[in-house]
Write a protein of this length. Structure first.
Length: 224
């Protein structure tokens, strides 16, 4: 089977797809947590996780008797988010709790290690408007953007880093790109560390705090 077909086949199963989307929160989950999230038996979860690990989409970490899994890296996260954005129509909530979760994730959420949803797209637009990111020849961080990264976020690019400084990630709810790459990761990390956004429950959703609304307005001219 060609590599593309093999990878597509990994996401063609509802349980495996549910696992991958849950792991877009950027954290490591146990097999039991993922089994409960997807509503499957632990033995089923273990089998499907083994396939995702063997296929290179997930990575496994063991601490004592506990087995944790996470997305293999930014590339795996980008692939899953992009596939989700091409799905026809929005997912239909099965109950009120899921409806509330999907609504919150649509407003603001993490996509692996960067911000997504309406918030992520609004911040991307603001960074382009401020001249921190240029789009005339593909996405690129400008000289002003590099200075902003260093001075405002305290970001220093690790020596030998191969991760792109910025790239677009097609948002599955907004159907427009938000910003990923090192810039997106640095902004998300700073927003969480400084209390500009806070996680909502145990999922991917975040909410903008009053401090965050002021910071995004002052730093980027973004009304969020």
């Amino acid at each position: 089977m060609p590599p593309l077909a093999e990878t597509a086949g990994l996401l063609a199963d509802r349980t495996r797809a549910a696992f991958c989307q849950a792991l877009l929160d950027g954290r490591a989950w146990t097999a039991g947590e993922l089994a409960r999230h997807a509503g499957v038996r632990p033995s089923t979860a273990s089998e499907q996780l083994s396939r995702l690990i063997a296929g290179g989409l997930l990575a496994e970490e063991r601490q004592g008797r506990h087995r944790y899994v996470r997305l293999a890296g930014p590339e795996a996260a980008a692939l899953i988010e992009a596939v989700a954005s091409y799905a026809p129509g929005a997912p239909q909530p099965r109950n009120l709790r899921e409806s509330v979760r999907l609504s919150a994730e649509g407003r603001a959420r993490t996509c692996y290690d960067h911000l997504a949803g309406h918030l992520g797209v609004a911040l991307a637009d603001a960074m382009v408007a401020r001249g921190l990111v240029a789009t005339d020849a593909g996405l690129a961080v400008t000289a002003d953007g590099r200075a902003w990264l260093a001075d405002t976020l305290g970001y220093e690019r690790p020596p030998g880093s191969r991760r792109p400084l910025v790239r677009g990630c097609l948002d599955w709810t907004e159907r427009r790109p938000h910003l990923a790459g090192a810039l997106g990761a640095a902004l998300c990390a700073a927003a969480l560390d400084r209390g500009w956004v806070r996680r909502v429950g145990s999922g991917r959703a975040v909410r903008v705090t009053r401090r965050g609304a002021e910071a995004f307005r002052e730093q980027l001219g973004a009304e969020v």
